[in-house]
Write a protein that binds this ligand. Structure first.
Ligand SMILES: Nc1ncnc2c1ncn2[C@@H]1O[C@H](COP(=O)(O)OP(=O)(O)O)[C@@H](O)[C@H]1O
Ligand SMILES: [Mg+2]
Length: 182
């Protein structure tokens, strides 16, 4: 089974995956883009690499081709890939997200941009457009350890086909627009 773990920067994707490495094979998309040069250059305004999605897709296809165990593809672009069985979107209240991004040294403009994207459900909406099985897990007040445990139990239910037990994670539970756009 191939799971995309996505979410706005700062929602905890990398922290969660660091704790799941023993149970699952993890593909870190940001690292893959950088190491394998799967980009079309740098977005100078954003100071980030522009992913070459076709090249990324081809590389991921190659990596998962012979895998039988569950794989987690981690990164804020993972839901834009095809061949994914389910998407888990991490969600964090915008005020908390802003604090995490500030701590990480993001510039105010970039912090604001990400807060707005989180409040507008940008990644969730994209995920739902692309995939059938999409679930949201909140990481506002949990520790990374709690979040990893929760993701693990979600994956176990996906693997065993107990989709009814995932009802509490269906999309549309969060409305944080007031918090940012008041
Ligand atoms: N569930 C969580 N609860 C509280 N803080 C978290 C949680 N997950 C991550 N963090 C903190 O938020 C910051 C960003 O986490 P990170 O895993 O790098 O996010 P992402 O990979 O989604 O950008 C880190 O400083 C991390 O310690
Ligand atoms: Mg990360």
């Amino acid at each position: 089974m191939i799971i995309a773990l996505t979410g706005t920067p700062g929602t905890g994707k990398t922290s969660v995956c660091a704790l799941l490495r023993q149970q699952y094979r993890i593909i870190d998309l940001n690292a893959l883009i950088k190491e394998d040069g799967l980009h079309t250059g740098e977005d100078e305004q954003r100071g980030s690499l522009v992913a070459d999605m076709d090249a990324l897709q081809a590389r991921v296809d190659e990596l998962v081709k012979d895998m039988t165990a569950t794989v987690i593809i981690e990164g804020h672009l993972s839901h834009l890939l095809t061949g994914i069985d389910a998407v888990i979107v991490l969600r964090t209240r915008p005020g908390v997200l802003a604090q995490r991004l500030e701590n990480r040294g993001y510039q105010p403009k970039k912090v604001q941009e990400n807060m707005e994207a989180e409040a507008l459900d940008v990644i969730l909406v994209e995920a739902v457009e692309w995939h059938e099985k999409v679930y949201e897990a909140e990481t506002t007040t949990t520790t990374s350890k709690d979040a990893a445990r929760e993701i693990c139990s979600m994956i176990q239910r996906l693997e065993s086909g107990e989709l009814d037990d995932l009802g509490g994670y269906l999309p549309g539970r969060f409305d944080w627009s007031e918090e940012v756009f008041g």
